[in-house]
Design a protein around this ligand. Structure first.
Ligand code: KIV
Length: 293
């Protein structure tokens, strides 16, 4: 496999095979994803739900995101790393969006940032691109708005909302985004929008007509035990395997089957005899000291 770093030019090449993006929030998952050969690693704000225990992506902060971006980028992956800008970090003003995007690059070490929203966010996207930072858009179902507007609403179910999505995607492309995530978008609409754009789309619940696909690490590997949206395919049962490993460890500790000789540091028999002798002397001295005290 070619181990040179993925560049924006590789990602946006029109003739390339479908793009593969996976989320990662720490060094271990980043190494696994990168060794598996993904094109992009997304330090998604789903970090909030899958790693930090929040009920939604809304509470996660820029500082929390940066902490996890650093964990991923320290592994120096071959894949392009995209940092997800959390709710509140790019909506207030274009200046603040640029300031926060710069933090993602300088402090988080990411190659690009992602933000949610279409036409309404085009100005912020343009300002970040003008600052020299690559931006990935995200339209359709946008989880950061779900707190206010409801969860898992499929986008583009009729011609009007389909056209609005097209306008949203076009506005992001015109703002200079290098790629756009289409989340929970009707398949026919996502395929047609992809065909209209010059930049690649990355689908999640948007059908096979997108230029690539993304899934959340914890869902695709089966680490996540809870329910998932219908578009998720579990490619493994890592959660069950991890649970079995921990239960086996607990069993072995309780039955004293672990650790055994091969997991211990050993000492020659004559050294143990000298140690026992010295220990007996220490015991005698301490008894003597207690009696005379
Ligand atoms: O935060 C995230 O994981 C995402 C993907 C679901 C696209 O935005």
């Amino acid at each position: 496999m070619d181990r040179s770093r993925c560049t924006l030019t590789d990602i946006t090449r029109p003739d390339r095979e479908p793009l593969v993006m996976v989320t990662a929030y720490d060094a271990a998952s980043a190494r696994l994803a990168d060794d598996a050969g993904v094109d992009l690693i997304l330090v998604g704000d789903t970090l909030a739900e899958f790693a930090l225990g929040y009920d939604s992506t809304a509470p996660v902060t820029v500082d929390e995101m940066l902490h996890h971006c650093r964990a991923v980028t320290r592994t120096r992956p071959r894949a392009l790393v995209v940092g997800d800008m959390p709710l509140g970090s790019y909506q207030v003003s274009a200046e603040e969006a640029v300031r926060n995007a710069i933090r993602f690059v300088k402090e988080g070490g990411v190659d690009a940032v992602k933000l949610e929203g279409g036409e309404v966010r085009a100005q912020a996207a343009r300002a970040i691109v003008d600052a020299g930072i690559a931006v990935m858009g995200h339209v359709g179902y946008t989880p950061q708005s779900a707190v206010s507007f409801g969860s898992h609403v499929v986008a583009g179910r009729d011609a009007e909302t389909g056209i609005q999505l097209y306008h949203d995607a076009l506005a992001l492309e015109r703002a200079g985004c290098f790629s756009i995530v289409l989340e929970a978008v009707v398949r026919a609409v996502a395929g047609r929008i992809t065909a209209e754009l010059a930049i690649p789309t990355i689908g999640i619940g948007a059908g096979a007509g997108c230029s690539g696909q993304v899934l959340v690490f914890h869902e695709l590997t089966g680490i996540h035990a809870g329910p998932s949206p219908r578009f998720v395919r579990r490619y493994g049962e890592a959660g069950a395997e991890i649970g079995q490993a921990i239960a086996a460890f607990a069993r072995d500790v309780r039955s004293r089957a672990y650790p055994d000789k091969q997991h211990a540091y050993l000492m020659p028999a004559e050294e143990i005899a000298r140690f026992d002798h010295a220990l007996a002397a220490e015991r005698r001295d301490s008894r003597l000291r207690t009696r005379t005290a």
